[in-house]
Design a protein around this ligand. Structure first.
Ligand code: AMP
Length: 208
């Protein structure tokens, strides 16, 4: 968990190098659906473009089917889900049915002003999803992905007005999950501003 721009996707990518488990990002799944024009993608697009949350029923159905895929059988890391208390409750039900438990809910903490600075300068590869930043970590060749040579673009929802809406949605709808996982004793707080290794260290301590 964490506000938009906290670095959830970037850190999850790093964690995955250490623990080869499925990285399941609801944002990535939704963007793939938008790109390929599925029914889900068409329904989700207007919410995503506005920086609002896609309705819980669509997300929960999508995650139910994703968590039943083969690669999730040996563990997974959820990125961007759950984002509402209703989603967290649905996840609990789903995990109960699967006979498994969450190890931890990691909260990446970053201040709003840093989020705005980060996201307005964020760029992503439209082919492989690699994440860049025009200030801190740009591509070697302008607009071309270092990893796959795909075209590197700005996400439609990374403009300042949409970012402000995403932040207010985060504070209103997702922040209450902090209490939810705190009560369950699962919450681990990590600074999203700290050195990249910090999330790995945190995860390693959970594993031990
Ligand atoms: P992200 O890539 O995680 O920043 O997600 C991009 C957008 O996808 C969000 O602003 C929402 O519109 C939508 N989205 C992603 N995950 C969820 C979720 N768990 N619940 C509702 N909407 C979501």
């Amino acid at each position: 968990m964490g506000p938009p721009g906290a670095g959830k996707g970037t850190r999850a990518g790093a964690v995955r190098k250490l623990y080869p488990i499925a990285h399941i990002s609801t944002g990535d799944i939704l963007r793939e659906n938008v790109k390929s024009g599925t029914e889900l993608g068409v329904s989700a697009k207007r919410y995503m473009d506005a920086g609002s949350l896609v309705p819980d029923d669509l997300i929960i159905k999508m995650m139910e089917s994703r968590l039943n895929e083969e690669d999730a059988k040996t563990g997974f890391m959820l990125d961007g889900f759950p984002r509402t208390v209703a989603q967290a409750e649905a996840l609990d039900e789903l995990l109960k049915k699967m006979g498994i438990q969450l190890d931890a809910a990691i909260l990446l903490e970053v201040d709003d002003d840093i989020v705005i600075k980060r996201l307005t300068s964020r760029r992503v590869c439209s082919a492989c999803g690699a994440i860049y930043n025009v200030i801190a970590h740009n591509t070697k060749v302008d607009g071309v992905c270092d990893e796959c040579s795909g075209s590197v673009i700005q996400r439609d929802d990374d403009t300042e007005s949409v970012i402000r809406n995403r932040l207010s949605v985060y504070h209103n709808e997702t922040a209450p999950l902090v209490k939810y996982y705190e009560k369950e004793g699962k919450l681990r707080r990590v600074s999203g501003d700290g050195p990249p290794d910090e999330v790995l260290t945190c995860l390693a301590s959970i594993k031990n």
